[in-house]
Design a protein around this ligand. Sequence first.
Ligand code: AMP
Length: 115
Amino acid sequence: MADCLFCRIVAGEIPAKVLKRSPEALAFADIDPKAPVHVLIIPTRHIPAARDAKGSDGEGLLGGLLAFAAEIASELGLDAGGYRIVTNTGKNAGQSVDHLHFHLLGGRKMTWPPG
Ligand code: AMP
């Protein structure tokens, strides 16, 4: 989508520190990190949020993104200490970019519940 920030990162029109890519997914460093490790994992095709990933196609996509995020966590050495994967969906969750993304956060102790 032409006016979507993350689609523009996928297209290489906006620079990002890319950690890993596949035909379906892209992982890059969050520009405003909330933990020592803060990576965003997005689908390369435009899907606004988790609530839009429906049916078996959506299941496959969400599962693939989660597995991709877990792989990156392993590669970054986060398995032993643990990490958090979260996706904000809509206004109440504070979603600020309307292109589905998982946050992978690690490298520090986190509290629960989130604010
Ligand atoms: P959310 O608030 O869950 O929608 O998350 C959006 C995330 O995108 C935030 O953590 C932002 O810091 C991050 N972000 C916004 N613009 C960029 C960018 N150009 N490159 C990398 N991360 C970004």
